[in-house]
Each structure stands twice: as structure tokens, then as C-alpha cells.
Design a binder for this molecule. Structure first.
Ligand SMILES: [Zn+2]
Length: 352
């Protein structure tokens, strides 16, 4: 800590749960301390609602302007695939440059020869990391680890080309898990969600959208995987058959107790850079209420706590107005989409 502690009060706060008027300590981090006492009455005051940092758990920073995320309320991002050497620079950039979000990366997208996305237009050629056999799997997972990755992105897309054999897929997952990297799979094509589950994949980069999963499979996925929502990439607010399949799968996954993470696949098509109200409305159609939306948006991060990154966040999310009360579900997504990111400096500037 290099900064002298300052104390402020705030009207409302959400960090794993709601609190009313609260005392906040601002150093290099933003800590929620609890209800203020009488002695704190004259402190500078932050109006509105202070929230744990919002995370987009599926972005491609190489396709957007990272500095535009803060004004849209996104404080942390997980980049799920780009040129590994370029992506390896982003976590440090995010730590040093307060205009950026905090960043975790996967590095490249592991795929078999000729598999997705090696022939896709959206990513640079170097983003596709070709793995031909188990030895190659161990080597490339080790390379992503050494580049500072937090995830291993696994392509399992039978609609767009060949997919890994079971033994290579299992080797990638085991090598990632051994290195404490989260194995995240892009699952597309009939039967691929079941294969990801059977191989031990921990996270799906998209809500499965290729087929209506049967109830037994949804229950087993709910027990062992988390899903990144990405509902709005299907139809961009106009809905459609694929969108409906994804929403129906997510509704049953959620009802079975599955862990849902907010994510947009930002960079894929025309999506707002920041909190996407359409994504939130689709999550509401899948049955998530305001509290559950906040859990999906904060992805385990807390104010003054240690989130998944293992350190206290130096950024928080802020909404200028109080939370909706009369009919929270009707306005929750619009309210959340007015969020912006604050840092210790900008928080103090907003106090009165
Ligand atoms: Zn993606």
C-alpha cells in the first residue's frame, strides 16, 4: 500500500449480497467495511450504489478497444483466445494502466489440424494453436502456462471441422488441471457438450446452442461445469431458433443449480462494449433474478476480498442511482447497464 487510507460512505453496496449505507476504505484498493457509525457522519459521501467489479468472462480484446470497457461498467475480463504472445502482455497492461480492465487470458485456441478456428476469418492465424496428439497437447498447455495464461481454451466444434480424439482431449484437460489452468471449451455440434463433460472440462465458453440437451445431461453438467452465458450472440436481440435453444438449455442448467457466468463473446459481431442489457434480458428469460444476475456479473469477485485472481480488486463497479425496489425484475437489466467502473482515484472525485 502506497496510498494513505481515505474513508467515505456510500448509499448502497453489493458484494456477494446487499448492504445499505456503508463505510468504504479507499487505499490502492476499495474495501467495504460495513455500516457507518455516528462518528462517520461528516465523511465524504459517494451517492448511488457501489458494486463488486463486473466481469465479462468471455471477450476477445484483440477485436475491441479495451479502454472503452470502463465507461460501460466492465472492470475485469477473461480473454478466451488470441495470438498467445500478444495476449500474454495484456494481464500486466491491465495491472499498470487504470484505463484498462483487469485481464486474464487463455492465450491461443487449441484445435486439431484443420479444426476451428484455424480457417476462420475473425482471429489471426497465430491464434489457432494446432495440437495433433497427446505429446503436443502437453507441450502447448505448458507453453500457455509459461506465457501467464489462466485458462486453456479448447476448440470442440464439429460444425466447422475435425475435433480432438477422446485421448487428446483428455490429455489437454488433465495437463491444464495439473497446471491450475481452467479448461474452457468452445462446444459446438451435436454430442460435443457430452464429450466435454466426459473429458472433465470445467467451463463451457458458450451456453450449448447446437441441440436441446437432455435433462440427465443438463443435471450432470450443472454438477461439474460452469457456463458462460453468451446468449446475445444468437440474434443480437432479435431472438431466433438457436437463441431459443440456448435460453432453454440455460434455464434448465440454472434450475439444476448450475453456475452461470456473465459473458458476451465481445468482439464477435455487433455487441455493446460494456454491460450488455440484451444479454442480461436473455439471462432473465432463462430465470435469473437481479441477485443471480449480480452473481453472474461479479463471477466471485468481492469488494476488498480476493476474487478468482487471488488479490483484492483495485477497480469496482458503480451505478449512480439506488437499486430498483418496486419491481426489480422489470428494470434490472436497464439499471445494471448504466454501470461504470471506478478506481480509487475516480471514486474520490465523485464524492460530495
Ligand atoms: Zn469467443
Amino acid at each position: 500500500m502506497t496510498r494513505e487510507a481515505r474513508f467515505v460512505t456510500v448509499d448502497h453496496a453489493w458484494s456477494g449480497g446487499w448492504s445499505g449505507r456503508s463505510l468504504v476504505r479507499v487505499t490502492d484498493d476499495i474495501d467495504l467495511l460495513g455500516p457507518p457509525r455516528a462518528v462517520h457522519a461528516g465523511l465524504p459521501h459517494l451517492p448511488g450504489t457501489l458494486l463488486a467489479p463486473f466481469t465479462d468472462s468471455h471477450v476477445h480484446l484483440g477485436l475491441i478497444d479495451p479502454t472503452a470497457l470502463a465507461s460501460g461498467g466492465i472492470a475485469r475480463v477473461d480473454d478466451l483466445g488470441w495470438d498467445p504472445d500478444e495476449a500474454s502482455l495484456w494481464p500486466e497492461h491491465g495491472r499498470l494502466d487504470q484505463r484498462w480492465p483487469e485481464v486474464r487470458v487463455a492465450g491461443g485456441l487449441l484445435c486439431p489440424p484443420g479444426g476451428y478456428p484455424s480457417r476462420s476469418e475473425w482471429a489471426p492465424d497465430t491464434a489457432a494453436v494446432v495440437v495433433s496428439n497427446p505429446a503436443g497437447a502437453r507441450r502447448e498447455v505448458e507453453r500457455m502456462h509459461d506465457l501467464g495464461a489462466s485458462f486453456v481454451k479448447i476448440s470442440l466444434n464439429s460444425d466447422a471441422g475435425p475435433v480432438f480424439t477422446d485421448v487428446t482431449l483428455r490429455t489437454i484437460v488433465d495437463a491444464a488441471t495439473d497446471r491450475l489452468l481452467v479448461p474452457v471449451a468452445h462446444v459446438q455440434g451435436a454430442g460435443q457438450a457430452r464429450r466435454a463433460l466426459d473429458a472433465g472440462v470445467a467451463r463451457l465458453a458458450h451456453t450449448p446452442f447446437s441441440e436441446r440437451l437432455d435433462d440427465d445431461l443438463v443435471e450432470r453438467l450443472a454438477a461439474r461445469t460452469s457456463w458462460i452465458s453468451t446468449l446475445d450472440i444468437h440474434g443480437h436481440g432479435r431472438g431466433g431458433a438457436v437463441h431459443d435453444v440456448a435460453v432453454a438449455n440455460l434455464a434448465r442448467f440454472r434450475a439444476a443449480g448450475g453456475h452461470v457466468l456473465y459473458g458476451t463473446d465481445l468482439g464477435n459481431g455487433d455487441l455493446p462494449v460494456g454491460v450488455n442489457a440484451r444479454e442480461l434480458r436473455a439471462l432473465q428469460r432463462a430465470g435469473l433474478d437481479l441477485e443471480q444476475l449480480l452473481h453472474a456479473l461479479t463471477a466471485g469477485a468481492e469488494l476488498g476480498g480476493t476474487g478468482e485472481t487471488g488479490r483484492a480488486p483495485s477497480r469496482a463497479t458503480w451505478i449512480a442511482t439506488p437499486p430498483p425496489t418496486s419491481d426489480p425484475s422489470a428494470v434490472a437489466s436497464d439499471w445494471l447497464a448504466t454501470a461504470t467502473v471506478i478506481t480509487p482515484d475516480t471514486l474520490l472525485e465523485k464524492t460530495t
